[in-house]
Design a protein around this ligand. Sequence first.
Ligand code: SAM
Ligand code: SF4
Length: 323
Amino acid sequence: MLQDGFGRRFAYLRLSVTDVCNFRCEYCLPNGYQGKPTGFLNVEEIRRLVAGFAEMGTTKVRLTGGEPMVRKDFMEIVEVVRNTPGIEKLAMTTNGYKLRETATDLKAAGVDAINISIDSLESGRFEEITGDRRFDKVYESIDSCLEQQFDSVKVNTVLLKGLNDHELPKFFEYVRTRPVALRFIELMQTGDNQEYFEKRHVSGDVVREQLLREGWQRVERGPVDGPAVEYSHPDHIGRIGLIAPYAPGFCDTCNRLRVTARGGLRLCLFGRGSQDLRPFLQRDEDREQLKACLLTALLGKKVSHSLHQGDFGDTPHLAYTGG
Ligand code: SAM
Ligand code: SF4
């Protein structure tokens, strides 16, 4: 079992399959993708990687990016991960640009859980934040996923001062009749967005206080759940969640590791450097070396991030690390 020096166990792998994205979210890739779209792990490398993690106790994999669905072989990746012995839950995070027409295929291929990012319920505001005009398509894709009855459909919304914080009542109303968990993510500071962060960061406390005032109650977390603290309300079918990395104790329940699209193991979203796993992904015979490398690397995992000391690591933006 993958375990760090503080007794935390890691059964959840977040695997980025590309750092390319077709959106231009202001806080992530405001000028669009500027990198070199080459060198991403191929399907065979992904197969070996996930098999190694699964043999070390990983039961849940989330495919992310960049925008994972821009990969032409995305369905092949889904298939390979799905067929890895030991992987019980396959999740993905997407900006939703091509989900409406692919939800049926994803469900058939064995995706269990989908997170869709939508930062505003107003199309003009959505376009302003993401640089993309496909609000209707993304919005409707949430209902397409609900129709397919995935185990879970979640919505990610980055809280942005002056841009969407006035929409809180609308978001609460949205989950009144829909069985989705809508999670507000506190804007995180990265290398490229420091000015934006100063201008737009809102503390998750604002949402938490409003939820408690309106009678929402905190729900217990499961062992492979993500970092959101979720709240339910008797009048609402859906839930509201809060992902607040600046809140005290956020790292205590850390249960996930990240691998970048080029095979770098990242121990923390806000950490520095990565362990190159690619050399161990070229032959099935190297599986034991891969596992030994994971165990050793984990000993270097710190007890918590250092955001409060002003150190947000070396992530330029979340598309790079896999958010
Ligand atoms: N492209 C996909 C998407 O947008 O859902 C997957 C990758 S994206 C990096 C994953 C999540 O991270 C999205 O919900 C996005 O809004 C969020 N995100 C990106 N940059 C962020 C930041 N600086 N602070 C907080 N959340 C961020
Ligand atoms: Fe793309 Fe997701 Fe970053 Fe937006 S948050 S630019 S959709 S990777």
